[in-house]
Design a protein around this ligand. Sequence first.
Ligand code: FAD
Length: 411
Amino acid sequence: MQTAQGAWTHDAVLWDVVVVGAGPAGSSAARAAAAAGASVLLLDRTAFPRYKTCGGGLLGESLAEIPDSVRAVVETRVSEVVVTHEGRRSFTLRRSDPFLALVRRERFDLALVEAAQAAGARFEGGVAVRELSEAADGRMLVRTAEGTAAARTVIGADGSGGRVGRYVGVETGGVDLGLEDEVAMPAGRRRWGDTVLLDWGPEPGSYAWAFPKDEVLTVGVIARRGSPDATRAYLAAWKQHLGLAEADVVHSSGHLTQWRTAESPLRRGGVVVAGDAAGLLEPWTREGISFALRSGRWAGEAAAQAVAGGSRGPADGDAGGGLAEATGAGRADERALEAYAVRVREVLGAEQRTGAAILRAFEKRPGLVHTLLTRTRRGQDYFVRFCRGDTTLARFGGHRLAMGVVRLLGR
Ligand SMILES: Cc1cc2nc3c(=O)[nH]c(=O)nc-3n(C[C@H](O)[C@H](O)[C@H](O)COP(=O)(O)OP(=O)(O)OC[C@H]3O[C@@H](n4cnc5c(N)ncnc54)[C@H](O)[C@@H]3O)c2cc1C
């Protein structure tokens, strides 16, 4: 992968779209915008491939968003999930067809960047964005350690707690701490096979997982931020429970992750945010890749539309090559960007609302949620259909009776 070290040539260019961050949200945004004909510069502070703390679990919703070249990096297709509550009450959910896929994020994210490049986006790794500002003519100025890029629109996909989120004013509804150890696949790979293990933990809202990949086993826990010692102790206990206390740790890391409030802004002028940068994450499972892929694509499509409908200047027509000189040359049509914000609130907001209600029930009565999910036919089927992408939490949220039960449990 190229980096921009010593090779920054973008100062004199007016890009249609600059995307900050090349995780699933940023690469999807870049791919969609470039495919729609926009000139796109995709920046990431890290040179790729790069490690990302994540289980790498892909729902059907995520698989539906990615091209074949990216689907090719899936390492495990899961057809069995073993669920426990604090290590007990084990239940095995098995289906003949796989219903979940697992990837290593360094490979997955690299394949997504390559797909964006294939669509025409320019990628620069190793370039940290330091500041955003708006010029008088509406151009956005993206200041990096290497130089400044000018853009008609900016998509912030720089992850949780990122700079663009701060620029837009993203408000956080909840913050979690995720801890993960990647351990070398223990001898006797058969034992792990294509089985995922999940455990509902002792801290309210916490859970743990073990996700087998080709060469590693990703073992992690997630819990509300605020009790790091308890979260660390949970990871240690989980590894002990799995017989992995002495396992060879290849990578050990932690990451804060956040979800937005319902009112949190998604746009400021010509800047929109997507994925974790916008706090788009399902609060109960903390699943975020499908949110990143979908919001990223929508943001990319909206940015391309905003540029096509925006004010015209001398830079138009020579994608990424012209000088931005005329007053108004940089201004995009903000209606398309606003439509993006509305779409996110309607579709992903509904999923987040339901997820938050389930999280409340799960925090209060984890044992009962475990029973409903694992001991009832409906719960099991729903779990599998949700993983496959055959249904969504938004649809679940539309069931008045089911949601009545969820709200009652959360009181
Ligand atoms: C422990 C843990 C386990 C998880 N497991 C799962 C799972 O199994 N399945 C799932 O769906 N979700 C999971 N998630 C959530 C998932 O990882 C995120 O939701 C997802 O990565 C969001 O993608 P993104 O593109 O928005 O952000 P990210 O993947 O975080 O990408 C942001 C990118 O922006 C770059 N960046 C940051 N700042 C700058 C800057 N100033 N300039 C330039 N670049 C910058 C970063 O280098 C990074 O590459 C997990 C999260 C945690 C913490």
